[in-house]
Design a protein around this ligand. Structure first.
Ligand code: CAA
Length: 259
């Protein structure tokens, strides 16, 4: 792959968008490579957490590629939006937790990429925004749908209608990011969080993620009955038996078996 790098550290995968000359802007090729990389993550049973970040210290992703979009026809722009939306939805639907390590500009498609991750950590120099209306377009990779779900209708509308940029602290204040960390520590902080998650029973963590995501879209009774299903499903795993036995024997479990 030319524009995506993929690395594994124990049970954590790191996916890096790597087009630094263009501030990691997403063109069609990068979206197709990202799609392939996500398929690889999905098929790797040893990956328990995924971290997504951008190459360099200036940008996470500065949006969809404006040069490529500038000459698109109505048909081509529709295909481009459908491609971006399908790749981002695939990220959102991964069963393993995903963390966006936002190391600079997260604009347009970059903010949207972070929004389909479960947790967002921002470097102090990160900047967020949906500047599409300043380019005569709307967000096209999920911004009109996911931003409001994360920060609420009113803030999402303010950000999308003005196209303004906000800094990392304001992003923290409105709940767009979970944490702001020194710029030079961004990947380490994301990996620290990833390793805390990866230490836990992977099947239970996955089931929690699926239940939370499912629960947001259904009524409380449907959500609670789904929780009873996944809760009881855990009792069919070796990890539940090992962990509860370890607790009762007052010892620490070494490593979960993911079974
Ligand atoms: N697409 C293509 N190229 C981009 C880009 C983008 N989104 N963002 C930056 N670049 C390129 C610049 O054209 C420039 O290339 P050249 O050196 O060849 O001129 C290079 O990256 C460096 O950028 P700047 O010189 O502009 O850097 P800066 O520090 O002066 O400004 C910035 C940084 C404020 C992020 C500015 O680059 C910028 O405003 N970028 C565009 C941000 C944007 O509007 N994103 C939304 C795109 S629309 C979208 O994403 C739609 C969607 O939802 C699908």
């Amino acid at each position: 792959m030319e524009n995506i790098s993929y690395e594994k550290r124990e049970n954590v995968a790191i996916l890096k968008i790597s087009r630094p000359k263009f501030l990691n802007a997403l063109n069609t090729q990068t979206l197709l490579e990202l799609n392939q990389a996500i398929e690889d993550v999905k098929n790797d049973k040893d990956v328990y957490v995924l971290v997504i970040t951008g190459e360099g210290s200036k940008a996470f992703v500065a949006g969809a590629d404006i040069k490529e979009m500038s000459n698109m026809s109505v048909f081509e722009s529709r295909e481009f939006s459908i491609l971006g939306n399908s790749v981002f939805r695939k990220i959102e639907e991964l069963e393993i937790p995903t963390i966006a390590a936002i190391n600079g500009f997260a604009l347009g498609g970059g903010c949207e990429l972070s929004l389909c991750c479960d947790i967002r950590i921002a470097s102090e120099n990160a900047k967020f925004g949906q500047p599409e209306v300043t380019l005569g377009i709307t967000p096209g990779f999920g911004g009109t749908q996911r931003l409001a779900r994360v920060v609420g209708l009113s803030k999402a509308k303010e950000l999308i209608f003005t196209g303004k940029m906000i800094d990392a602290n304001e992003a923290l204040n409105i709940g767009l990011v979970n944490k702001v960390v020194p710029t030079e520590n961004i990947l380490d902080e994301a990996l620290l969080l990833a390793s805390q998650i990866a230490k836990n029973a992977p099947l239970a963590v996955k089931m929690c993620k699926v239940a939370i995501n499912k629960g947001i879209d259904v009524d409380i009774n449907t959500g609670l009955s789904y929780e009873a299903e996944i809760f009881s499903h855990c009792f069919s795993t070796e990890d539940q038996k090992d962990a509860m036995a370890a607790f009762l024997e007052k010892r620490k479990i070494d490593k979960f078996k993911n079974r």
